[in-house]
Design a protein around this ligand. Structure first.
Ligand SMILES: Cc1ncc(COP(=O)(O)O)c(C=O)c1O
Length: 419
């Protein structure tokens, strides 16, 4: 069979939605400066879908540092991989600052979070080793685990007694293979907003011999007293052997880092293939990254503002009877019941008539009868933004419950989105 013909006969779980190909649900274009109010299809919308948690994306000091460093260095310098010709004093300085901030001995910059963590997992284990990971881990962890040539065991999301069962199996299996055990979870899960049960996982280290890798993409900069993340929040930062975060969220940039003990980070410097065989981060990302970290540390009011908005929107929605699941973080899922067509109609209504732009998660990511709207509050939002959004959510919930979004003849999804 022709390869492309086969591919095109099944567009995949997300590609199946491409019949609505006008950039409404898929590949929408938000225009204007990154802010709570942006332009979507020519109209101003209140955006709740950007991970600009502490509002750094458009912070004047950040914009200035980005612009000045781009003017001074361009986007090429340094050329080559870190190990060959791509290292600089500034890259090393940024690593020291990151390590210091997350209370680890050392850190290594990664060009992107996704390929970075895949490659970190690859560099940590060989076929004798065993990986135990949370079932709701981000795609980049799953892909990293897929590359592993040895055994892997999964535990149901945050189920610590099941994790313990897997560790008992893992110890038996690694005794035979002569390998070690790597446990992987997240600090904050980006869909549910749940924190990984880091405290309980770290406590298991008393009984079992494993190393813990935590992806804290959504916790870095948002959780903990200083913003050092979910480990700090739960008082177990020391028990995390390898702490990972991307710069794509609270840092409003690009790139990522892994932090841990000096020896293991040094080992990773020489063995992480996606870094050894790829160009180093351009200087503006490093200089701009240091500016972001400086603001994150020196302006705790940014995080306080974030949490003011988080508390107001989460308690406001709960007071109005909305189900926000079990979130313990700024990530705010709003869980409703309805089929995918109702979900489409509801989102069209929210975007076109209430000017609210948030992400919607439908089957197969959530069960068939669940509509999950996902709100990401940021420090840049105002309490008026929150109140407007809660009022809009109440209005669409009434329509969802009275069947408005089901009724044939109510603005047909395809027609509305092709306007
Ligand atoms: C939990 C988690 N890990 C890793 C990544 C990937 O990071 P990056 O965007 O830097 O590739 C993401 C998404 O950005 C994420 O949500």
């Amino acid at each position: 069979m022709d390869l492309f013909e086969k591919l095109l006969s099944d567009s995949g779980p997300l590609g199946q939605h491409k019949f609505i190909d006008n950039n409404f649900y898929m590949f929408p274009k938000l225009e204007g400066e990154i802010a709570p109010r942006m332009v979507f299809k020519g109209s101003e919308v209140l955006t709740w879908s950007l991970n600009n948690y502490i509002g750094l994306a458009n912070h004047p000091d950040v914009r200035k540092a980005d612009a000045e460093s781009a003017a001074e260095w361009g986007l090429a310098y340094p050329m080559g991989a870190r190990m060959m010709t791509g290292n600089t004093v500034q890259h090393e300085e940024f690593e020291r600052q990151l390590a210091d901030f997350v209370m680890k001995e050392d850190a290594m910059l990664l060009n992107y979070g996704y390929q970075g963590i895949m490659s970190i997992i690859d560099a940590l284990v060989d076929r004798r080793d065993l990986i135990v990971y949370d079932a709701e881990s981000h795609a980049c962890i799953i892909d990293g685990v897929r590359m592993h040539m040895g055994k892997r065991l999964v535990f149901p999301h945050n189920d610590i007694s099941n994790l313990e069962k897997q560790l008992i199996r893992a110890e038996r299996l690694t005794k035979e293979s002569g390998g070690g055990i790597l446990v992987i979870t997240e600090g904050v899960f980006g869909m549910s907003g749940n924190m990984g049960n880091l405290k309980e996982i770290v406590a298991l280290k008393e009984k079992y011999n494993f190393k813990l890798l935590v992806d804290d993409a959504h916790g870095f900069g948002t959780m903990g007293e200083t913003g050092a993340g979910a480990g700090e929040e739960q008082g177990v930062q020391d028990g995390i052997d390898l702490y990972f975060s991307t710069f794509a969220k609270a840092m409003a940039g690009i790139g990522a880092f892994i932090a841990g003990g000096k020896e293991v980070i040094d080992h990773l410097r020489y063995n992480t293939r996606s870094q050894i065989f790829a160009k180093s981060l351009p200087m503006p990302f490093v200089i701009g990254g240091m500016k972001r970290l400086e603001l994150l540390k020196s302006q705790p009011e940014l995080r306080e503002n974030l949490w003011k908005i988080v508390r107001r929107i989460q308690s406001g929605l709960r007071d109005k009877g909305f189900n926000l699941g079990t979130t313990k973080s700024p990530v705010t899922p709003v869980i409703l019941s309805g089929d995918p067509i109702e979900a489409c109609n509801l989102v069209v209504d929210l975007r076109n008539n209430f000017n609210i732009f948030c992400s919607v998660v439908v089957y197969p990511v959530v069960p068939k009868d669940v509509i999950m709207l996902r709100i990401i509050p940021t420090a840049a939002h105002t309490t008026d933004d929150v109140d407007e959004t809660i009022a809009a959510f109440e209005a669409v919930k009434v329509k969802l419950l009275d069947g408005t979004y089901k009724r044939a003849g109510w603005e047909n999804v395809k027609k509305v989105v092709s306007m």
